[in-house]
Design a binder for this molecule. Structure first.
Ligand SMILES: CSC[C@H]1O[C@H](OP(=O)(O)O)[C@H](O)[C@@H]1O
Ligand code: HPA
Length: 250
């Protein structure tokens, strides 16, 4: 892209494989040293800002969370000139106040995943790289999202611990009790290693999460995809309002 204008990356998750209001200038099929990203990059403008949109699970949604090539996704965005990323994630709620269809701006992560490629630094064994990850999400993007939500009058929960499980199955009720004891508030399957790879690539990165179900065992009901879809439908418009307001204000 080669200009000094900021370039926002948006990684869309479950329920966000495309953004209708994104004015797409280019659809870029790209490749990285780590392989191909989940979907072509949609490069265009949203809220007047340059945006590169990537559907995390492909478009249509087909790649399960444990098979996403997170390295290729982050590297493809970086190669396209992105310097900051908002990740949109569907999550289950463990915390009683984080109700289905509400928005959460997590500030912490606990990583329960295994067997995923967790780093860009795998080859050079002469020089180990240990990035600081005390605060996994960018405070400046979180500030921008907070201000944007206030501007468009969208309620959200400020802060929370995202527990990242391996998937693709949902959790057992006992696992959710354990996550709660660990301090987790919401649960999903994609925060990691996406967030740490963005940190390694020196890209600002934050998560805007949409609660799509009560986590396993939080109600007496089983979790159905129909319920998840209806909470996605109820909440995704507010996610888009916040995203657009955030970019417009940049
Ligand atoms: C039952 S939906 C599970 C699916 O949704 C979340 O995806 P994303 O974070 O990309 O919105 C979760 O992590 C799972 O991949
Ligand atoms: O309940 C859940 N568990 C894990 N990931 C999820 N993504 C949406 N809901 C959930």
């Amino acid at each position: 892209m080669g200009s000094s204008e900021p370039v926002w990356g948006i990684i869309g998750g479950t329920g966000l494989t495309a953004i209708d209001s994104l004015e797409v200038d280019e659809t870029l099929e790209t490749e990285t040293v780590w392989g191909a990203p989940s979907a072509p990059l949609r490069i265009g403008r949203l809220g007047g800002r340059k945006v590169v949109f990537l559907a995390r699970h492909g478009d249509p949604h087909r790649i399960p969370p444990h098979r996403v090539n997170y390295r290729a996704n982050i590297e493809a965005l970086r190669q396209a000139g992105v310097d900051r990323i908002i990740a949109v994630n569907a999550v289950g709620s463990i915390h009683p106040a984080m109700t289905p269809s509400s928005l959460v701006l997590p500030d912490q992560i606990i990583d329960y995943t295994w067997g995923r490629a967790p780093s860009f630094h795998e080859e050079n064994l002469e020089h180990a790289v240990h990035v600081d990850f005390t605060w996994p999400y960018s405070e400046s993007i979180r500030d921008a999202l907070r201000a944007a939500a206030a501007e468009v009058d969208v309620a959200f929960r400020d802060g929370g611990v995202y527990a990242c499980t391996q998937g693709p199955r949902l959790e057992t009720a006992a696992e959710i009790r354990r996550l709660e004891q660990d301090g987790s508030d919401v649960v999903g399957m994609t925060a990691m290693p996406e967030a740490v790879l963005a940190r390694e690539a020196e890209l600002d990165y934050a998560c805007l999460a949409l609660v799509v179900n009560w986590a396993a065992g939080r109600t007496s009901e089983v979790i159905t995809m129909d319920d998840i879809r209806s909470n996605l439908d109820a909440g995704i418009g507010r996610v888009l309002q916040v995203l657009e307001a955030c970019l417009r204000a940049d």
